[in-house]
Design a protein around this ligand. Structure first.
Ligand code: FES
Length: 114
C-alpha cells in the first residue's frame, strides 16, 4: 500500500467544506479556516514571528507547536500571554504582538546612556 492523496470527490470521510474566518493580526485582516489555531492562521499567511525575546531582541514564533515552550505568546482580545499554538482562532479575534516585554539589563546598558 502506497501513500497518495485522496481526491475530495472520492474521499470516504467526506469532509465538509472549509469555513473561512477572518482575524486581525496586529491590525491587518488575515483569513484562515475554522478549526485552525492562531499559529496556524498566522503561518498560513506567512507571518513567521510575532514577538521578540527580552535577551537579544530575537524574533520568535512557533517552536514546539504543542504548548510546551511558550515561544508563541500573543495578546488575544486584550488577554496577554496566550499560546498561539493552543488557541483555536475565532472569527473576529484581535491578535496583537507583545511589544512591551522588558529588555534585559545588559542589553539596555550596551545601548548607552539615554
Ligand atoms: S509553540 Fe511552543 S508553546 Fe506554542
Amino acid at each position: 500500500m502506497g501513500t497518495y492523496r485522496v481526491a475530495a470527490q472520492i474521499d470516504s470521510i467526506a469532509p465538509e467544506p472549509a469555513t473561512v474566518i477572518t482575524i486581525s493580526v496586529d491590525g491587518v485582516a488575515v483569513d484562515g479556516l475554522l478549526g485552525q489555531t492562531l499559529a496556524g492562521v498566522m503561518l498560513g499567511s506567512d507571518i513567521m514571528a510575532w514577538r521578540n525575546t527580552s535577551f537579544g531582541d530575537q524574533p520568535r514564533g512557533l517552536f514546539c507547536g504543542i504548548g510546551i515552550c511558550f515561544e508563541c505568546l500573543v495578546v488575544v482580545n486584550g488577554q496577554r500571554d496566550v499560546r498561539a499554538c493552543q488557541r483555536r482562532a475565532a472569527s473576529g479575534d484581535q491578535i496583537e504582538f507583545h511589544r512591551d516585554l522588558p529588555v534585559h539589563v545588559e542589553d539596555a546598558e550596551s545601548e548607552g546612556p539615554s
